[in-house]
Design a protein around this ligand. Sequence first.
Ligand code: NAD
Ligand code: ZN
Length: 260
Amino acid sequence: MQGDGDELPADLEEALAGVRSVGVITGAGISAESGVPTYRGVGGVYDDPDEGDRVVEALSGSTLVRDPDRTWRAVTALARMTVDAAPNEAHRALVRMERALDRFVILTQNVDGLHHLAGSGQIIDIHGDVLATRCMRCDETGRLSRAEVAELEATPPCLACGSHLRPDAVLFGEMLPQKKVYRMQEAFYVDPPELVLVVGTSALFPYIAAPVVDAVREGRPTVEINPEPTSLSALVRWSLRGPAGSWLPRVAEALGTSVP
Ligand code: NAD
Ligand code: ZN
């Protein structure tokens, strides 16, 4: 285990030098240094477990059906926390990696759109995007600006049919979108990357931990970046303990990408 401020371990630096394809799995922690609160961990919005339960309930598929205004209030509260957020050093390091490598993909649980805003192209946003909308009746899709979501007071209407819009994101208790599940399987199992990097996630969802576990089982190199230990820390080959904004630029550099 390496702490923040340390150099990359020499054997990791050596391993990274020859790698041409990387799969990165990101969670809320990669956006923490952009000022977006994580759900769990230090400074997470779920630090108070009761509050956490209430947020999870509000952001669930069943609440959306019963009381869409409640779900939208919770979405709005989250959007207010992200309205001024900009990509940080960690998001930018992933953009450089993508440009320098032969193959690159990000599987993210984040709904904040910051990978996209930073300029990453190959993104599987498995939980969707909090700004995307879909009509609950006619299925018309659309997009709100961050400022529009942050100012919402109630469920927005569908301009096509007058019914209600829902966030086009995966709410708690809902199924993952099938097409993205296929893309994830293709990217991490059918034609797996040489190296799997897991950044800023508590990795509680099985489909998030599984590509890391699979790579470990097959002897492919794995790296975790997180200030706190997770269920994956003991499994991965290298566990870099500290913020993504410090470690990812060093990993990008060791992969042969130069800092602009
Ligand atoms: P999580 O909140 O469960 O865990 C966050 C993890 O990030 C923790 O392990 C924490 O130690 C780590 N972390 C904190 N600061 C960090 C930093 N500077 N660098 C690296 N790691 C850091 O997040 P998760 O695992 O992504 O949780 C899953 C759910 O949370 C997903 O459904 C996701 O959609 C949702 N979520 C998304 C956002 C976002 O889009 N930015 C924000 C909060 C929650
Ligand atoms: Zn409609």
